[in-house]
Design a protein around this ligand. Structure first.
Ligand code: ATP
Length: 539
């Protein structure tokens, strides 16, 4: 299935930039989640790839086909991009059965398809099954009720599943009354001969398609009943709704309805599947269940999935890669665990992870031995030791050079014809420092900060209160869930969130010693919000 390439995609409404110079490469068969706060531009990105929204500038390629190019004036409409959609409001038609809901769109498909002799193909298929009728007989016998009568409906479904055939073919098969002892070898031979004759006289290939000059003949046509039925059966098998085909949506649970919607989207075999918060209408348990279904679906269909969500847990668990967006700007685009463990900046560090990361303001400069002595948490002293060799001066110099280059680039852009200044300015992410008095930072001004203004980021599971070492703290709040306990620990006037695995019991007010037990503590530059290094912090 195809790869997708976005190059310098900008979407602007007046001075408002919905997306701002987004470039990304979505690999073949990837499962990408677009993640970010409300209004950040996730849906806009998805809609532009799908062809439902026209970018202002840039280029989009799906597979080897350029579907949008502002310079070349290319814009392929959505219905020609062979993509499928699944949105939050999946509205099924209430007056149609599941079968009709799924097949409805397929009746409208009209495209260049191989010319097939369907009759000959079905004849050959029946002949093949009748040549070895034991399996059919077993299925038929299995479908007897306690009075010995054969349950036709059940039997047809079983035949469809066992032989991957359509309902019309299953009915023909059933009509042979293949009960124990019945001999159909003569019928099988006759059908086989008929199919072979058709094949020879019409010059059909092994798939019973017409061939001319060694090439399969293609014709602009609708899908046949047989093809539609097979497509519907195939997708209903994937999402496990085969037994509900005759029901109406009102007779299904929310999760089952959602599966029907998924089946409807999958039926035309989209090469790329776009999903915009498809699970947000479901309850928590069902959401989790459907997440597993989507994962499985991704593997089974081999399609490329692009999925919009603002639920970071959903994004983390489903994706092969997460694309984090803020104010229309791509912040980081990497594998979920990379994003979690090595966030590019404070915005990303804060957005992924539950409970949220702890941010601790610190000041310090790098010592000659490479470590960084820090003052933090109301005057405590600690030392940050980077995991990898770090030259802070070089890092700051690069930061400033990059900033200058970006400003230069912007100046160049601004002089170009048609340039519109971004109205929704990019601002530094305002990280949250948890304090007992809940006082927010009042003078948050990154431009006034120096290179000594640093920020420590530490995930809650690395806050260790059981070792008896570290700085003085006090248990401030406790939330046990059975498997783990989330604790709030007060150090000076600051609050740290820790996660302790197991069912330890903590009492509010208990004095504890707090240390940071990880070599994955993050050091950020407060001026730019960027991550400088990973390392350890020892008090
Ligand atoms: P949510 O999670 O709330 O759905 P999102 O990240 O998907 O948010 P988008 O729908 O992509 O956000 O919208 C990005 C920004 O573009 C929003 O601030 C929105 O108000 C703006 N926007 C979207 N469509 C238009 C439009 N037609 N005209 C003007 N602004 C628009």
């Amino acid at each position: 299935m195809p790869e997708i390439k976005l190059e310098h995609i900008t979407k602007r409404w007046g001075k408002f930039y919905g997306t701002d110079d987004v470039s990304m490469y979505i690999a073949d068969n990837a499962f990408i989640t677009l993640l970010g706060p409300s209004g950040c531009g996730k849906t806009t990105i998805l809609r532009m790839i799908a062809g439902l929204e026209t970018p202002t500038t840039g280029k989009i390629t799906i597979g080897d086909r350029v579907v949008f190019d502002s310079d070349m004036g290319i814009n392929i409409p959505a219905n020609k991009r062979k993509v499928g959609f699944l949105f939050q409001n999946y509205a099924l038609w209430p007056n149609m059965t599941v079968q009709q809901n799924i097949s409805f769109g397929l009746y409208n498909v009209k495209e260049k398809l191989p010319k097939v002799d369907f009759e000959a193909r079905t004849t050959a298929q029946l002949a093949e099954i009748l040549e070895k009728p034991e399996e059919v007989k077993k299925i038929v016998e299995d479908c007897r009720d306690k009075d010995g009568k054969i349950d036709e409906k059940r039997c047809l479904i079983k035949l469809i599943d066992a032989f991957t055939i359509s309902m019309p073919t299953a009915k023909k098969l059933f009509a042979y009354h293949l009960e124990t002892g019945k001999d159909v070898s003569a019928e099988a031979a006759s059908l086989k001969q008929k199919a072979a004759d058709a094949k020879a006289s019409k010059g059909l290939n092994d798939s019973y398609e017409f061939v001319q000059n060694g090439e399969v003949v293609k014709e602009e046509r609708k899908l046949s009943e047989e093809e539609i039925d097979l497509a519907v059966r195939r997708v209903s098998r994937i999402v496990k709704i085969g037994m509900f085909m005759d029901r109406y949506p009102a007779e299904l649970s929310g999760g089952q309805q959602q599966r029907v919607a998924i089946a409807r989207t999958l039926a035309p075999e989209p090469t790329v599947l776009f999903m915009d918060e498809p699970l947000s209408n479901l309850d928590a348990k069902l959401r989790l269940e459907m997440r597993y279904e989507l994962q499985r679906l991704h593997v089974e269909t081999g399609s490329t999935f692009v999925y919009v969500t603002h639920d970071q847990m959903e994004a983390m668990t489903l994706a092969t890669k997460i694309c984090l967006v803020n104010n229309g700007v791509l912040q980081q685009y990497e594998e979920p665990l990379k994003v979690y463990n090595t966030p590019a900046n404070t915005f990303v560090a804060d957005f992924v992870g539950n409970p949220s990361i702890n941010f601790i303001e610190a000041t310090g400069t790098q010592a000659a031995d490479g470590t960084i002595p820090l003052t933090l948490l109301g005057g405590q002293k600690a030392v940050f030791t980077p995991t990898e060799k770090l030259d802070m001066n070089a890092w700051f110099a690069k930061r400033d050079a990059d900033k200058e280059a970006a400003a230069e680039e912007l100046k160049k852009k601004a002089s170009e014809k048609g340039y519109v200044e971004k109205g929704n300015k990019d601002e530094a992410f305002r990280y949250h420092i948890a304090r007992v008095d809940e006082e927010e930072l009042t003078n948050f001004d990154p431009s006034g900060m120096t290179n000594e203004d640093l920020l420590i980021g530490i995930r809650p599971q690395f806050i260790d209160i059981k070792s008896g070492e570290g700085v003085d703290g006090e248990i401030y709040g406790v939330m046990p869930t059975g498997m783990e306990t989330t604790v709030k620990i007060r150090v000076d006037d600051y609050l740290l969130t820790g996660v302790v695995f197991g069912s330890d019991i903590f009492t509010i007010g208990t004095k504890v010693k707090v240390r940071f037990d990880s070599d994955n503590v993050m050091l950020f530059d407060r001026k730019s919000g960027k991550r400088i290094a990973l390392g350890t912090v020892r008090f």
